[in-house]
Design a protein around this ligand. Sequence first.
Ligand SMILES: C[S@@+](CC[C@H](N)C(=O)[O-])C[C@H]1O[C@@H](n2cnc3c(N)ncnc32)[C@H](O)[C@@H]1O
Length: 232
Amino acid sequence: MINTVINDDCFNVMFDLDFNSIDAVISDIPYGIAYETRGTKTRSQDKRESVANDKPEEFDGFYKDMLLHFKRIIKPEGVIILFTAGGTGIVKTAQLITEIDKNFKLIQCIPWLKRPGMGGNYRSSYEVILIFKKDNNLKYTFNGSQRKNYIDNIAGISKADRHATEKPLALMEDVIKTHTNKGDLVFDPFAGSGSTLVAAKNLGRNYIGAELIEKHYKTCLERLSEKKRGLL
Ligand SMILES: C[S@@+](CC[C@H](N)C(=O)[O-])C[C@H]1O[C@@H](n2cnc3c(N)ncnc32)[C@H](O)[C@@H]1O
């Protein structure tokens, strides 16, 4: 099942993954904030898009089980990198960090300063990247030289056509380059339009993705079948 994306609930997919088999879980999970866009292609009301399992109560229902699965499938020296909400959504991020702190070792908590989005007095301008590993003394992969613990040089996608919460490839490539090596296996349980998987493929990493919604799964397949990087 290497170098594939599966159109299924990631919890079913994770049951099939072996213990200690994944070098890096890298995922832009549902944030638990009931995010809704006015549509990725047009601003008309009937084109509103939301993210599956993104209601606060849905997040509460899955995040602990998700971490238990990660703990089983990640290698002892592997890393887990999750994109989470900033702003008022930080409440859900805090819940996650509390649970991570009980079961893993938090390596870093990195604000990603993206292009300012919607909002009232305060426009939504950052998200939070959590990097953690199993609670042991084994070295994790860190390529390159010492860096700042925030990212401010990669803008968010303002009008994403593929997915309401599409992440820039440059951002995914940055974390993949830093925390994995060529040939490593990257798993994204909440693949969306496949940005993590495409970035992994571009960089010579192996990948497995899961995506619940058929439309997004098909977008992943399309992007992964493109040969030229410029077309991705
Ligand atoms: C925040 S989006 C990821 C967007 C992605 N980073 C991109 O660049 O397109 C989260 C995705 O997880 C999917 N999802 C939600 N619950 C899921 C589940 N239980 N199993 C698999 N996918 C799920 C949603 O359909 C959504 O596409």
